[in-house]
Every structure is written in structure tokens, then in C-alpha cells.
Ligand binder design. Structure first.
Ligand SMILES: [Zn+2]
Length: 278
């Protein structure tokens, strides 16, 4: 595989919606679980300001990695948003553009135009403003890797054709909903013609599966401080390592038993609420 960066590493952040906590259902998926990933507008503004002050260089777009013949130097960083909530257009894009940033916006296509989600016009507008639009599957299955092969492939191929038609250009970039990843997830994406797949595996390492570039990402939740987001974006090891340990623990405990995982998560969330990560 051609090196995408000097060391084949990229740091990517995943955000979701930006909406006030009391009305979180107005953008994106309305569940309490989804709300954990939605940031209050003031907090999001602080995240952006802190990252801009701390991290050197603008965020890159994955198309820039692919377009350059010379690998980008150092460890570039990228910013991504999952689900396709209305706040991508009404709140987020302006704040990013004020910094001169462009982002990757991933859309679950079955929800386009539904309450709380972007309309086709809003998606087109973001693209015209220079952002990347990608697929986040059609129906947003939470346990994606557990689905049969045909279903996974259909989720990728139908969602990318909906977006390609809407934008009148080929859409070959996607992000995995729900976070459950396996090699088959990337193989089905590759079979559906996807060239870049963002997962939720907390890693900076890039790999290639049957011609599809696979990139990990670090999830930002509503309790995370701007300083932590900036530390992750600048590639610092400690906050990334903490996220990796927690991620592996979650995977392990989901395998061992769902209830155990839920109890442990509740304990962890309470702990964090008492002692927010600085
Ligand atoms: Zn999602």
C-alpha cells in the first residue's frame, strides 16, 4: 500500500451532534445513549477554540491523503461527525469554517429529511462549502459486524448510491455505525466500492483491506473536556491510551455478558461525572 502519511498514522476525532442537553432529541438519534455523544453548543465552541490553539496545523481531509503523491509529514489530524443530525448544518459547519476547517460528515441515509436529521438541500450545501459527505450506512445497525454479509454489503452499497445521486458525484467514503468492527465489515465495504472506511477503533494506525483504506477514530463524549480533545488531536499518548484500554474492556465485557458491561459502564460514567478528566 502507498503510505498515506510519513508514518502511516492519522489521528481522527469522532463528534456527533451539537445541541442543548435538555432538547438533545432535536438533532440526531433521540435515545439517552446517543445523548452521551452530543455536546452542548458552548462546550463544543470551547473544544474548537482549544484544539485550534493547541494543535499545529489545520485538520486534513482524507481526500488530501489520497490525492498527494508525497506522504504527508508527521501525524496529521482529522475531524469527523457521525449520524447526519440537523445540527451538522445549523450549528457545526459555521463554527468549523470560522477556523478555516473542513470536516467529514457521515450520514445514515434512511434518516435523511426525518425530524432531527439533515435535509437533502442541507447535505448538498455542506458539500458545496467544501466538506466531505460520506455514508454512515442506511439504517444504522448498532451491531454491524453481527449482520449477515449480504446485509452489510447492502447497507454500504445502497447508502453510497443514495448519496452519490444526491450529490451528483461518486461517494466512496464511509464510517461504521455502532462501532462493532470486523475484517468482514471492511471487506463488505470494499465489495460495495468504498475506498475509505472510518471505524471507531481508537487507533492512529491505518490499514488497507482489499483496496479500502481503514482508519480508526477517537470518540468524543459530552463529559470530555476541551483539553482532552485537544490532547488527543495533537497525538498525545496518555488520553489515547486510556481510550484504548476502555475500548478493549468494553469489547471484552460485551463478549462475556451484556449486563456486566452495562453495570460497569454505569459505574464508570458515575466516576467520570464525579471526577471529570482534565
Ligand atoms: Zn452513528
Amino acid at each position: 500500500m502507498k503510505n498515506v502519511t510519513e508514518n502511516n498514522r492519522v489521528v481522527s476525532l469522532i463528534y456527533h451532534d451539537v445541541v442543548e442537553r435538555e432538547v438533545h432529541h432535536l438533532s440526531g438519534f433521540p435515545s439517552a445513549d446517543a445523548a452521551l455523544y452530543k455536546l452542548d453548543p458552548e462546550l463544543f465552541r470551547q473544544h474548537i477554540d482549544t484544539i485550534a490553539r493547541t494543535v499545529s496545523g489545520l485538520p486534513v481531509l482524507v481526500t488530501e491523503l489520497a490525492a498527494t503523491n508525497n506522504a504527508l509529514s508527521g501525524t496529521p489530524w482529522m475531524i469527523t461527525f457521525d449520524d447526519g443530525g440537523a445540527s451538522f448544518h445549523t450549528r457545526i459547519a459555521d463554527l468549523l469554517e470560522n477556523q478555516g476547517w473542513r470536516a467529514h460528515f457521515f450520514v445514515a441515509t434512511d434518516y435523511i429529511g426525518k425530524p432531527g436529521f439533515m435535509s437533502p438541500e442541507q447535505i448538498r450545501d455542506l458539500r458545496h462549502r467544501g466538506h466531505i459527505i460520506g455514508s454512515h450506512s442506511c439504517s444504522h445497525p448498532l451491531r454491524f459486524a453481527s449482520r449477515p454479509w449480504n446485509e452489510m454489503e447492502r447497507e454500504w452499497s445502497e447508502s453510497t448510491s443514495v448519496l452519490s445521486e444526491l450529490l451528483e458525484e461518486p461517494v466512496r467514503i464511509a464510517s461504521l455505525p455502532g462501532g462493532q468492527y470486523s475484517k468482514q465489515v471492511a471487506q463488505t465495504a470494499a465489495a460495495a466500492g468504498i475506498k475509505v472506511l472510518f471505524t471507531s477503533e481508537p487507533t492512529t494506525r491505518t490499514t488497507e483491506v482489499e483496496g479500502c483504506l481503514v482508519l480508526g477514530r477517537y470518540s468524543i463524549q459530552r463529559w470530555m473536556s476541551p483539553a482532552v480533545a485537544a490532547a488527543i488531536a495533537s497525538g498525545r499518548f496518555a488520553p489515547r491510551f486510556r481510550q484504548l484500554v476502555w475500548w478493549e474492556f468494553k469489547k471484552f465485557s460485551k463478549t462475556v455478558g451484556g449486563n456486566f458491561y452495562l453495570r460497569a459502564r454505569e459505574k464508570w460514567m458515575n466516576e467520570l461525572n464525579r471526577n471529570p478528566v482534565k
